[in-house]
Design a binder for this molecule. Structure first.
Ligand SMILES: Nc1ncnc2c1ncn2[C@@H]1O[C@H](COP(=O)(O)OS(=O)(=O)O)[C@@H](OP(=O)(O)O)[C@H]1O
Ligand SMILES: Nc1ncnc2c1ncn2[C@@H]1O[C@H](COP(=O)(O)OP(=O)(O)O)[C@@H](O)[C@H]1O
Length: 197
């Protein structure tokens, strides 16, 4: 970083904006395999939070990779940079007073920890969408597992690229045949019980 760039304190701050919105800004970070249900649950969660008057913003893997991270692929170093950029954006949105929901595979522990460390204590809420690989592969909503098994996609998470499971996520969301709506309700119940909402 350039030594001649000095941080500028603003007169309106995160606490003011949070008070105005009557909510606790945070990042609800969904992590899990492709097809585990991150985007689906994140969408339902956002709808439900909006309906209860919360101000939210959803950052979703596929969408962000069309714009902000459109230059990145799926080699390890690209995934690291992907999560770094998203973490910085999430931090800005938290500063804006929002409840940020993210839906990225985010396969590496150090990258999820990077985001946690960027934020203040209690602002990073790791949610492990723990759907077994067999279920994700059976769902295969975009046909990507089939392509990965055929060798048409390289470095596919869970097939030939690692997924490091969270060691102590704030919320551990297991799949037991629930509908997306039920999973989102389970998540909201856990977030409420732990005081994040
Ligand atoms: N090689 C490989 N591995 C994993 N995923 C792949 C790959 N190639 C494309 N896709 C599609 O990209 C989506 C994952 O993007 P993310 O930004 O969440 O990935 S990461 O966090 O940087 O690992 C992922 O979206 P989700 O299925 O919603 O998770 C896939 O649709
Ligand atoms: N309880 C559930 N929660 C989330 N998705 C579910 C659930 N049950 C079935 N699904 C289906 O699984 C698929 C998950 O896909 P998606 O949300 O794109 O996952 P990801 O974002 O993790 O790749 C969707 O087709 C969704 O309808």
């Amino acid at each position: 970083m350039n030594d001649n760039i000095v941080w500028h304190e603003h007169k309106t701050n995160k606490a003011d904006r949070a008070r105005q919105k009557n909510q606790k800004p945070a990042v609800i970070w969904l992590t899990g395999l492709s097809g585990s249900g991150k985007s689906t649950i994140a969408n339902v969660l956002e709808q439900k939070l909006a309906a209860s008057g919360k101000h939210t913003y959803l950052l979703d893997g596929d969408n962000i990779r069309h714009g902000l991270c459109g230059d990145l692929g799926f080699a390890d170093k690209d995934r690291v940079e992907n999560i770094r950029r998203i973490s910085e954006v999430a931090k800005l949105f938290v500063d804006a007073g929002l409840i940020v929901i993210t839906a990225f595979i985010s396969p590496f522990r150090t990258d999820r920890k990077f985001c946690r460390n960027l934020l203040e204590a209690g602002e990073f809420v790791e949610v492990f969408v723990d759907t077994p690989l067999e279920v994700c592969e059976q769902r295969d909503p975009k046909g990507l597992y089939q392509k990965a098994r055929q060798g048409d996609i390289k470095h596919f998470t869970g097939i030939d690229s690692a997924y490091e499971t969270p060691e102590s996520p704030e919320v551990h969301l297991t799949f037991d045949g629930e509908t997306p709506d039920q999973s989102a309700d389970k998540l909201i119940a856990a977030l409420t019980e732990k005081g994040y909402l």
